[in-house]
Design a protein around this ligand. Structure first.
Ligand code: BGO
Length: 265
C-alpha cells in the first residue's frame, strides 16, 4: 500500500532530525513551487512505499507567513494520507497550538511527542494515553536524537491511513452554529473533510482562503453578530477557545513527578 505523509511541526521541534532518521539517505531536496522555501522529500528507509514530505517549520496555519501558507496549501491540495505532527515535549503547550489546527484539516494524524529523553531527565511526565484520548488520534513518545520510538510511528501511520477522521474539539455553541452556517454556504467543490477547516478560517476573516474560493461568499453579517454578542473580534474568539482547550489538555496530561499538575512552555 502506497502512503504519503506530511511531516509538520514547530521550528526546533526536531523535524529535521526525525526526517533524517526516517529516510536515511533516501531524500531529495528542492524548492516549494514559486517560493525559495526549501522542500525536502524522501522515502522511508524501512518501507519504500511510504513517501514523506517535510513541511516548513510553522507555529500556526494562519495566513501571516510564507511558510504557513506553503504548508497549508500543500495540506489542502495534495490529498496526502497522513499528517505526522512532531511536537516538542519540552514545550508541549506552545506546540499544541499548531496541533489543534492540523486536527481540523480532516486528515488522519499521528502525533509524535519528541524530546522525551529531556522530558524524563527533567522530571516531567506526559500521560501519552490521556493525550491521545484528548486529541482523538494516536500519540507516540519518541526521541528523534536517540532514535527511540521512531519505529512505532510507521506502525501507527499504516493503521490510520485512509481512516475516517472524527472531530474531537468543538468551539462554544454559538460559534459552532456560525461555523455550520458558513459551511453550508461554501462552494460545492470543497470536499466534505475540508469544509470545517475552511469555515473556521473564513470565520476568522482569512482573506487568502476567501480568495481561493471558486465563488465568493458573503458571511460578514454572520461574523458581526457573534462579535457584537461576545464583544470581541472573531479571530480572538477562536484563539481564546483554542487556548482554553490546550489548557485543559495540559492540566490533564502534563505533570511533574511527585508534584501536582504543572505545565511548562
Ligand atoms: C541542535 N532529544 C534531544 N535531546 N534533542 C533533540 C531531539 C531529541 O529527541 N530531537 C532533536 N533534538 P532539529 P527542526 C543543537 O542542533 O531537528 C535537537 O528545526 C546544537 N546544534 O539535535 O534541527 C537537535 O528541524 C547545539 O539540536 O529541529 C537540534 O524542527 C547544541 O533539537 C534541536 C544543542 O532539532 C532542533 C543542540 C549545533
Amino acid at each position: 500500500m502506497k502512503i504519503t505523509i506530511a511531516l509538520a511541526g514547530n521550528p526546533n521541534s526536531g523535524k529535521t532530525t526525525l526526517f533524517n532518521v526516517l529516510t536515511g539517505s533516501h531524500q531529495y531536496i528542492g524548492n516549494w513551487p514559486g517560493v525559495t522555501v526549501e522542500k525536502k522529500e524522501g522515502n522511508l528507509k524501512t518501507n519504500k512505499d511510504i513517501k514523506i514530505t517535510d513541511l516548513p517549520g510553522i507555529y500556526s496555519l494562519s495566513p501571516y507567513t510564507l511558510e504557513e501558507v506553503v504548508a497549508r496549501n500543500y495540506l489542502l491540495d495534495e490529498h496526502i494520507d497522513v499528517i505526522l505532527n512532531i511536537v516538542d515535549g519540552m514545550n508541549l503547550e506552545r506546540n499544541l497550538y499548531l496541533t489543534t489546527q492540523l486536527l481540523e484539516l480532516g486528515i488522519p494524524t499521528v502525533i509524535a511527542v519528541n524530546m522525551m529523553d529531556l522530558v524524563k531527565k527533567n522530571g516531567y511526565h506526559i500521560d501519552i494515553k490521556a493525550l491521545s484520548k484528548k486529541l482523538g488520534c494516536p500519540v507516540i513518545e519518541i526521541s528523534a536524537l536517540k532514535e527511540k520510538g521512531v519505529e512505532d510511528i510507521v506502525d501507527e501511520v499504516m493503521k490510520v491511513a485512509h481512516q475516517e477522521v472524527t472531530i474531537q474539539h468543538y468551539f462554544s455553541y454559538d460559534i459552532e452554529r456560525t461555523i455550520e452556517d458558513i459551511q453550508n454556504q461554501l462552494p460545492s467543490d470543497i470536499v466534505l473533510s475540508q469544509r470545517r477547516f475552511f469555515a473556521i478560517k473564513l470565520f476568522e476573516r482569512d482573506q487568502k482562503l476567501q480568495a481561493q474560493l471558486s465563488q465568493k461568499i458573503d458571511i460578514e453579517n454572520l461574523i458581526q453578530v457573534i462579535e457584537k454578542q461576545e464583544d470581541d473580534d472573531s479571530e480572538s474568539l477562536i484563539t481564546n477557545e483554542r487556548y482554553q482547550y490546550i489548557t485543559s489538555i495540559i492540566d490533564e496530561c502534563y505533570k511533574r513527578k511527585n508534584q501536582n499538575q504543572l505545565s511548562i512552555s
